[in-house]
Design a protein around this ligand. Structure first.
Ligand code: IVH
Length: 677
């Protein structure tokens, strides 16, 4: 990017960020998530770093906290309340460490103190002769708002600090100091936030977007009685007064001995590798805490070194916030391409400049279909907000049209399949464009991937890479061809040695009697997912009977609507598919007959959701078991779910289940439930 382009981008970013800030703070109507806003600020920050003379004092990167409100008394902080610079990756973190070493040799030798970064509000607490006298917000960093009365309602903040012998000896201060200044975070626990929002909802009042906003609103109440009703909490994280502390760790010990609540998960770490481990652990486990954290704070443990490193801008050099990777971020669309699925659906895919989201690097996002492209108004070259829907598939959430340069290119769905060149049609009543060439290699390839996959026939050793080689070598054209493969065929392929070839053939041959529902699902009939396949297997008991079913019979099956019934009927009445079934038969593929037993109704009408890792059974096997017993499996937690099975390290579904009051089973309880004679 040249300087002129950088300046244009910078101006647009600044005005867009300030627009978002205004909507979020002044109108209380955010237009995008704060994470996406942060991601724009990071881009601005990087641009200003690359072109320092383009930096202006009104840049949002120059802001620390907000202006103090008029209605509260002002409090001048004894020392400025600074803020931390952020790092987002191990590379950034190492660069930070190296910078400190360059400034002061051996700066990082004494290790670091690692803390959880609480997503609340910074506060300063002043104690005079041991008594809590003044509590304030950060304000603009120099002058804050006096919120003493409100902070007095927070139990975690001592009204009098305990000058025990223990505290004093840890402080090595000997005598009670006249004034003690402490800083920390005030926040609201998730459970309390949910309780409070429920109350608001009952009264038909507007609910708060997150615990931090509610904590901020509560702390700024003019009537402390109102604050008292909203249970706030607090962690202390820094002792501004010099009580002889030598390390940041010791500072925390003094605070604890004084009677402040310090975070029990904070700890000393020797080096940056350990910092990385601490961060990764908490990124994975943050949902288990009853309060929100948005990263970790790393501080050079030795206080002398920390002081010597000093301050740059408005941040201390010796401390840094290592943020978790956001669940949403902004990035640029480099291109839009098309992927052809097993039912011939053409899915537009946005090719992105790689960006870290929720701990993984994302470089593609699905745009679903033409309607979605229209709804988003997305063009090639656009800056977009990307998130991970349901924590798995990246999704484009919003297009930031204000950042356009005029060079963006419109995208049109192709009229011909990009793989086979065959005609593409948008079927009436559907959002999808489809390649209607039944011989399209992309469709066939995807169909075989699906057939051999884990949730279908589960043919061990036959994944997409091997299927690609087999197709490219002309050894298979469709799924039944797999069963005709011989060891010699495989030996001609790259990477196949004697033993592997033998095992692969064995694995395929050992897969001729699958459960009927798995086989039906494996056929790749449009609209027939795992659940429908199970219902069809249960109703018909064999492929032959299913193939002979009339459209009317199919439509009458519970859970199966007209569209699905028609799709199943059409599939079995196509010459091509009849030929496939014939080939399966000749190859000796014979699904096990499906027999309904009493046990199969044991969980009838019950819906299960799984979250976290199971130890004695795989997730797939557990889900199969539920279906076998007549129950349903869902991927999302809603009011219609009866049980959530929570394994090790459960995810957000666990929290949601708790919120909705859904029965949660541990692995053992689940195993007891599925046991039957
Ligand atoms: S140390 C120079 N430790 O994160 C500021 N900050 O900009 C020193 N925060 O708003 C802060 N948890 O209020 C520190 N354990 C922790 C923290 C923490 C949350 C907040 C702090 C400030 C922001 C950093």
């Amino acid at each position: 990017m040249n300087k002129k382009e950088a300046q244009e981008r910078l101006e647009k970013l600044k005005s867009l960020i300030s627009k978002y800030r205004y909507h979020r703070l002044s109108l209380d109507k955010p237009l995008i998530s704060e994470e996406a806003e942060d991601s724009l600020k990071k881009e601005l920050f990087d641009l200003e770093k690359a072109f320092p003379d383009l930096m202006t004092p009104d840049s949002p990167t120059q802001r620390v906290g907000g202006e103090p409100l008029e209605k509260f008394k002002k409090v001048e902080h004894s020392k400025p309340m600074l803020s931390l610079n952020d790092v987002f990756s191990k590379g950034d973190l190492e660069e930070w460490g190296e910078r400190q070493e360059r400034l002061l040799k051996g700066a990082t030798k004494g290790g670091f103190y690692a803390e959880l970064k609480i997503d609340g509000l910074a506060i300063e607490l002043i104690y005079k002769n041991g008594f809590f006298e003044t509590g304030s917000t950060r304000g603009d960093g120099l002058i804050g708002e006096d919120i003493t009365s409100n902070l007095k309602t927070v139990e975690a903040i001592p009204l009098k600090i305990a000058y025990s012998a223990e505290a004093a000896s840890a402080a090595k201060a000997g005598q009670n100091p006249k004034e003690v200044v402490v800083r920390g975070e005030v926040f609201m626990a998730r459970r309390e936030f949910e309780r409070f929002n429920r109350e608001l909802k009952k009264k038909d009042q507007k609910i708060y977007a997150n615990p931090r906003n509610l904590a901020a609103g509560s702390v700024r109440q003019l009537d402390p009685k109102i604050t008292a009703l909203r249970k706030l909490n607090s962690f202390a994280y820094s002792l501004v007064s010099d009580l002889g502390q030598k390390t940041h760790e010791e500072e925390h010990l003094i605070l604890k001995n004084f009677g402040f609540q310090v975070n029990p998960h904070n700890r000393f770490v020797k080096n940056l590798d350990e910092v990385q481990k601490f961060r990764d652990h908490w990124e994975k486990n943050r949902e288990k805490l009853d309060y929100e954290i948005d990263g970790i704070v790393i501080t050079i443990n030795d206080e002398d070194v920390f002081e010597k490193l000093g301050v740059v801008g408005k941040s201390p050099r010796g401390s840094v916030a290592y943020k978790f990777s956001p669940k949403e971020s902004t990035t640029k669309v480099k291109d839009i391409t098309i992927s052809v699925g097993r039912t011939g659906t053409l899915t537009p895919i946005a090719i992105l400049e790689p960006v870290g989201i929720g701990g993984v690097t994302v470089s593609r996002a699905t745009l679903h279909n033409e309607d979605e492209i229209g709804r988003l108004g997305i063009k090639i070259g656009d800056t977009v907000v990307v998130g991970r829907a349901g924590d798995v598939i990246p999704d484009v959430i919003k297009v930031l049209k204000d950042l356009r340069t005029g060079k963006e290119k419109k995208f049109h769905m192709p009229k011909h399949c990009p793989v086979c060149g065959g005609p593409v049609k948008r079927i009436e009543g559907e959002a999808a464009h489809r390649c209607i060439n039944k011989n399209c290699p992309a469709i066939k390839r995807e169909a075989i991937y699906h057939f051999a996959g884990k949730n279908t026939m589960d043919i061990e050793g036959v994944g997409p890479k091997i299927i690609d080689s087999l197709m490219d070598a002309g050894l298979i054209k469709n799924a039944p061809d797999l069963y005709a493969l011989k060891k010699e065929d495989l030996l001609n392929l790259p990477r196949f040695a004697e033993k592997l070839a033998e095992n692969t053939v064995k694995s395929i041959q050992g897969n001729k009697n699958p459960p009927l529902d798995k086989f039906i699902f494996a056929l790749g009939i449009r609209h027939v997912g795992e659940e429908t396949a199970f219902d069809l297997a249960k109703k018909f008991g064999s492929t032959q009977k299913l193939a002979g079913a009339s459209l009317e019979t199919l439509s009458k099956i519970p859970n199966i609507g007209e569209v699905v019934a028609k799709s199943v009927y059409d599939w079995f009445h196509s010459k091509y598919n009849q030929n496939l079934l014939d080939k399966f038969k000749k190859a000796g593929v014979k699904p096990k007959e499906f027999k309904i037993t009493k046990a199969m109704t044991k969980l009838a009408g019950k819906t299960f959701v799984f979250t976290g890792g199971l130890e004695t059974i795989t997730r797939e096997a557990a889900q199969d078991k539920v279906r076998e017993l007549g129950g349903d499996v869902s991927s999302d937690v809603s009011e219609n779910v009866d049980y959530v099975v929570a394994g090790k390290e459960p995810g957000s579904k666990y929290e949601k289940a708790k919120k909705l009051g859904i029965k949660i089973l541990n692995e053992e309880e689940f195993l007891v439930m599925i046991k039957y004679e």
